[in-house]
Design a protein around this ligand. Structure first.
Ligand code: ATP
Length: 362
């Protein structure tokens, strides 16, 4: 059985290095106790590197990502550093395309004790996963849209191949959640099929995949209605699957439901590679102060352990991923060591230490 795992680490820009360092500290500790090895390889990339060298994603870093068992990424991009066309440096989006990471997995969980903006009925649990297609959709022409004096055009692309892989991934996840008692086994396709032919095409491919899973439930929703339902009845969903731009917007709404970007993890998964990173950006407004919330990054690392464990049949990694997630949730629920974004005054390292304490007690 495989016991040594190579992890490509992109510490990135802004608060990136500040939240990466404690996350690696926690992972090293788990690995020591669990008798497996995580070998971290630091991969330079991002806006600060681009400002210095004119390269945002060096070939060596891309190659290290390709060779790794998993990729752990914090945040990249700085508003003050831009390509000549005015767009921000975003090697994380380049990685999604180059490594064909078509399934952007954005879990939305609300647990007891979490401070959230909604008043939920006490008997309702919010625990759903938004899957955002991450390689095409409206991001297809990113960086090469046509702009003239009077017009600007970007093209949305939806392919059968990627959509089939995306929907197969969504139904597989729903089946696994159902088997573990985490969800009812329902997949909802979120689109705009009432207006755009491209989304009718997307939905037809979804329906074909749904027909292959009679043991699971399937449903459709329009994206605008889904935005409303995220606020009105977020407990009603299990697995949601959608196009890239719709998913980009809904995933921030999902982070808002959980109490903010500082607690929202994510994964971008393909057939051969996967990147794990918090939903938030590099937060330059608080960078360098040691006050960033590391929870979203630590939760992303927990997703990485679970994914590695499932892929390699290593139960200890799956167990440690779950333990790490529960330790983060317990830290938030306890509420005495929280960063400013969650209403506390703790520093990044205090929160990491609190997570380690919860882990030791688990
Ligand atoms: P991007 O477009 O790169 O995703 P963004 O424009 O959404 O980035 P962020 O960098 O995510 O912006 O920051 C948005 C706000 O959330 C900022 O005020 C930032 O300070 C705050 N924020 C983001 N991440 C964290 C964190 N881990 N801890 C505390 N605050 C955070």
């Amino acid at each position: 059985m495989k016991e040594t795992f190579d992890i490509a680490v992109f510490s990135g820009d802004g608060i990136g290095p500040e939240i990466t360092q404690p996350t690696l500290r926690i992972l090293e500790r788990l690995a020591t106790d669990g008798e497996y090895t995580l070998q971290f390889k630091q991969c330079p990339a991002g806006a600060a590197l681009y400002a210095q060298t004119g390269v945002s994603l060096p070939e060596a870093s891309l190659q290290a990502a390709r060779n790794a068992d998993a990729i752990l990424l914090s945040a990249m991009g700085l508003p003050s550093v831009r390509y000549p066309d005015g767009t921000e440096i975003s090697p994380q989006i380049d990685l999604r395309k180059k490594l064909n990471l078509f399934a952007g997995v954005r879990p939305v969980r609300i647990f007891p004790g979490q401070k959230i903006p909604l008043n939920l009925p006490p008997d309702q649990q919010v625990d759903f996963v938004l899957i955002r297609e991450s390689t095409e959709g409206l991001f297809h022409t990113q960086g090469c849209g046509e702009v003239t004096e009077d017009e600007a055009r970007e093209t949305l692309l939806i392919t059968r191949e990627t959509s089939q892989a995306l929907f197969a991934f969504a139904f597989d996840l729903a089946a696994r959640r159902k088997a573990s008692g985490q969800g009812p086994g329902q997949v909802t396709c979120v689109d705009k099929a009432n207006v755009f032919r491209a989304f009718a095409f997307f939905r037809a491919i979804f329906d074909a995949e749904a027909a292959r899973h009679p043991e699971l439930q399937s449903a459709h929703a329009y994206v605008d209605a889904m935005a409303l339902w995220f606020v009105q009845k977020p407990w009603a969903f299990d697995v949601l699957v959608t196009e890239n731009m719709f998913g980009d917007i809904l995933s921030d709404l999902g982070a808002g439901l959980m109490g903010g970007l500082g607690v929202a993890p994510s994964a971008d998964i393909g057939h051969d590679h996967a990147v794990f990173q918090p939903c938030h950006g590099s937060a330059p407004d608080i960078a360098g102060q040691g006050v960033a919330n590391p929870i979203a990054m630590i939760l992303s690392a927990a997703m990485m352990l679970e994914w590695l464990g499932q892929r390699h049949g290593t139960d200890r990694l799956i167990t440690d991923g779950t333990r790490l997630r529960l330790a983060c949730e317990a830290t938030i629920a306890k509420g005495d060591v929280l960063t400013g974004d969650l209403g506390g005054s703790a520093r990044t390292d205090d929160v990491a230490n609190a997570v380690i304490e919860q882990l030791a007690a688990s």
